[in-house]
Design a protein around this ligand. Sequence first.
Ligand code: ZN
Ligand code: FE
Length: 239
Amino acid sequence: MALEIVQVPVLSDNYAWLLHDADSDTTVVIDPGDANPLIAAAEARGWTVTQVWNTHWHPDHVAGNATFGVPVTAPAEEAAKIGKVDRGVVEGDTIAIGAHRAQVMRVPGHTQGHVAFHFAEDRVIFTGDTLFAMGCGRLFEGTPTDMYANMQRYAELPDDTTVYCGHEYTQSNGRFAVHVEPDNRAVAERLREVDALRARGEPTVPTTIGRERETNPFFRANSAEQLGERRVLKDSFKG
Ligand code: ZN
Ligand code: FE
């Protein structure tokens, strides 16, 4: 059966995710910055959380880990910062929920050990704080070259890959995208759509690789240098 994916807003603007595989009756939590909303969402569906996966060490993605009392899978490079990690993963590892397999991609820049989880057969990727809808994560522990390389790898994925990212930042990202590419009609159109969704209190995530290819100024940057210039501009942009 298809992997079920439930979006759970946590903290002020984070998204954590519940993944459920009905065949094996297993449930994974990704990036529990706060456990309580995830426990409630799982209970409401009669699911029991069996694993926790983290994309990177920041507290807004891991603070709820211990509450679940289940095995934690997280980047090996960041295990010491995360605390109790049962399986440290690196580039190329495969992790699974039931028969659904995800490949671990190391995508440094926001943090050095940051990973993404790519379910190639399911056409789904969890990008944490690297690729956002219309944006990318801040470069706290890496360089524009790192993040540009990540974007190049994401660009190889099929357009119909659904992208689940770690924050609801799309409206401010979209304002910046319009500023950077004022003549890009797809960007302007998407920002109108995002504004309408947010006015109704609705999420703008997930997105797709295809939409990011059309409207994301970091995904669309034509060099590491250009990505770096855009990242610096965005850090102080007040749209
Ligand atoms: Zn982060
Ligand atoms: Fe975050």
